[in-house]
Each structure stands twice: as structure tokens, then as C-alpha cells.
Design a protein around this ligand. Structure first.
Ligand code: VGL
Ligand code: ZN
Length: 214
């Protein structure tokens, strides 16, 4: 219950690696279909509040906010009608592909659309996009990552970020897995930790929200 947090959360002061110039926030695929639509991730809506706090902290500091989105053609190879593994989801321009209603993205958010070709799956926000160039042009070396889903687009984005030399911090309360096979999300987190990813709560990076300070 509120009133019993320790150290950082008692004061609202971040205990972790507060965002500084050179950092960017990457919000992965927080779209209607993944939150409450055709391919809803269990508890996917839980990521929205922490991500809004992270977004606001980056915005206040003038640091880049990137939002990736799954942006499929109607006949994408990952859809069941094409013998793919997923129900149709995030069709470009459709309501299901819109960012989740509660997500507050600031003006200037860089939107990265991926998996836009019918015959190619692309779970990583780097795959076939300009994300790498965008980050390098802005002198970014460290990424804070949250979004959906831990075991698909988050982990693949993180793998590519590490391979490109970015340091990565995952906001542990701002990711959720699909868990098609039980444990997929936990295994994805294990792999990320093993490969050098730091996990930290949003509060420890950007402080606690005003209604939880005391
Ligand atoms: C995703 C399944 C299918 C994701 C995208 O964003 O994690 N998962 N397409
Ligand atoms: Zn997809």
C-alpha cells in the first residue's frame, strides 16, 4: 500500500540511470490490436501507465521518443489466411493498428513502421526501417525500451540494438509477453539479462507519479 515504499519511491527521486542526452525511449508496438484487439497480449494494457510516465520524462528533458508500430498489408504472411502463425492484426491504416488510446505520445515522436511487406515478417523495430539511422543522426547510444510483446517484438528489437552497439535498459514494468508457450516471456527476459541488458522499473528511472508520492 502507498506509504510503505522505501528509498527512491518514498521521495519520488529516481534511483536508477536517469535519462540524459544520448538516451532515447523506444516504445514498441503499443497498438490497439496488441492491447485489446485481434492479438491482445495478456495484461498488455498494464504497460500504458508506466510508458506514459517515461514518455513524459523524456519529453520534459527534450530527449527522443520513438514509437514503433506493426504495420502489415492485409495479406501479410504472418496471418492465418496465409498459413501464418497469427490472426490478422495491425493492418496498416486500420483501427487495430492505431496506437493504444491511452498512450500519450508527444509531438515530435518518431514513428517507425515495420513488417510492411507482404512476404516478410519483421519483429524488430530495426528490420527494414530507418531506426538505426535516426538514432545515430541524433547521437543516441543508450535505449530505454518498453512495450509489446516481450517475447516477440521487444526481444527482437533489443537483440538488434545490442548487435548495433546500443546499450539497452528494459523498463521491466512496461513490457508484457504473449506467452504462446508458457515461460516464453521469462525466457526472453533471461536471454536479455544474459546478453547485457539492464532491467529496471520505470519509477527508478523517472521517479514515481505524483499520486504515489507522499
Ligand atoms: C508482434 C506478434 C505478431 C509484436 C507482432 O509486436 O510483438 N507479435 N506481430
Ligand atoms: Zn505482426
Amino acid at each position: 500500500m502507498p506509504g510503505h515504499e522505501t528509498d527512491a519511491s518514498a521521495t519520488g527521486t529516481p534511483a536508477g540511470p536517469a535519462p540524459v542526452p544520448g538516451d532515447a525511449l523506444v516504445v514498441v508496438d503499443v497498438q490497439h490490436d496488441f492491447v485489446s484487439g485481434a492479438l491482445a497480449v495478456p495484461h498488455g494494457d498494464d504497460v500504458i501507465a508506466p510508458l506514459n510516465r517515461a514518455v513524459e520524462a523524456f519529453r520534459q528533458r527534450g530527449l527522443p521518443v520513438i514509437a514503433s508500430r506493426d504495420w502489415h498489408p492485409p495479406d501479410h504472411c504472418s496471418f492465418a489466411a496465409q498459413r501464418g502463425p497469427w490472426p490478422a492484426h495491425c493492418v496498416a491504416g486500420s483501427p487495430g493498428a492505431e496506437f493504444a488510446g491511452g498512450l500519450r505520445l508527444p509531438p515530435g515522436t518518431v514513428v517507425v513502421s515495420k513488417a510492411t511487406h507482404p512476404g516478410e515478417e519483421a519483429y524488430s523495430a530495426f528490420a527494414g526501417t530507418s531506426l538505426d539511422e535516426v538514432l545515430r543522426a541524433r547521437g543516441i547510444s543508450r535505449l530505454f525500451v518498453g512495450g509489446l510483446a516481450t517475447d516477440y517484438c521487444v526481444i527482437n528489437t533489443v537483440r538488434d540494438a545490442l548487435a548495433r552497439g546500443f546499450a539497452v535498459t528494459v523498463l521491466s514494468d512496461a513490457v508484457r509477453p504473449v506467452d504462446v508457450h508458457p515461460g516464453d516471456g521469462a525466457r526472453a527476459e533471461d536471454e536479455m539479462r544474459r546478453t547485457g541488458v539492464r532491467f529496471t522499473t520505470t519509477a527508478s528511472v523517472v521517479g514515481t507519479p505524483p499520486d504515489r508520492q507522499h
